[in-house]
Write a protein that binds this ligand. Structure first.
Ligand SMILES: *Cc1c(COP(=O)(O)O)cnc(C)c1O
Length: 217
């Protein structure tokens, strides 16, 4: 599907939800995609991308930034503390802050570097043991902890369980954000971004619908 088609569907979903058209940001998730496909989307003028691995992002975005100028890249995958410094140099936002050790490391590096990417706190809304994220019951305390560290917390992020209706998870994420006075909601992927927009997503993370299926071979 083309970038224009995705954008049109986003606008329609915003309109249907009574939201301002163009108020949701589209993160084009370029992980694993061949560089030609990414370059094609850059050539269409898109400037906001998502990656889930620090190493992979480090291998492509410095070159793309040199060629295409200002590009925003967001980290949407898990972050190990030993890669935090590199992540802070590469990314404009980190959507996967989910534990005190990482929050403390980011805060210390932010002091040292005098800058910090936007922070989204990942919530494990489905309480899945294999999935990253703070449990819903621990969310309020962790958000406060991050604020006490002076991290620039923009909002929350979730990845709903594959087998469940995502809207329930989007609604839960929105509720936790609202009671904590947070406006950013990173939720919705290729198969459910319209439902996420209906529930207030400010950032949707769309990969395969823009670039085609990922080839992990
Ligand atoms: C890969 C990925 C996406 C994009 O998934 P698609 O189904 O290809 O749109 C979104 N969010 C996260 C966290 C991802 O890892």
């Amino acid at each position: 599907m083309s970038l224009a088609e995705i954008t049109a569907r986003m606008h329609k979903a915003e309109q249907a939800a009574g939201r301002e058209v163009g108020s949701t940001r589209l993160i084009a998730v370029s992980k694993v995609q061949p560089n030609e496909r990414v370059a094609a989307v850059l050539q269409q003028g898109h400037r906001l991308f998502g990656e889930n691995k620090v190493q992979e992002a480090a291998g492509k975005w410095p070159d793309f930034r040199e060629e295409f100028g200002d590009i925003e890249v967001h980290l949407i995958g898990p972050l190990q503390t030993n890669k935090a410094r590199q992540a802070m140099q590469l990314f404009d936002a980190i959507h996967s802050v989910d534990r005190p050790k990482l929050a403390n490391t980011l805060a210390r590096l932010a002091q040292e570097m005098g800058q910090c990417p936007e922070v989204f706190i990942q919530i494990n809304t489905g309480e899945e043991t294999q999935k990253a994220g703070v449990l819903p019951k621990d969310a309020d305390a962790f958000i406060q902890e991050c604020r006490n560290l002076d991290l620039p917390v923009q909002g929350l992020m979730c990845i709903p369980p594959v087998e469940e209706e995502p809207s329930l998870h989007f609604a839960l994420l929105a509720k936790i954000a609202e009671r904590n006075g947070l406006t950013g909601l990173s939720m919705g992927m290729s198969s459910d971004f319209e439902r996420a927009i209906a529930l207030g997503a400010t950032h949707v993370r769309v990969g395969s619908a823009i670039f085609g299926a990922r080839d992990y071979g």
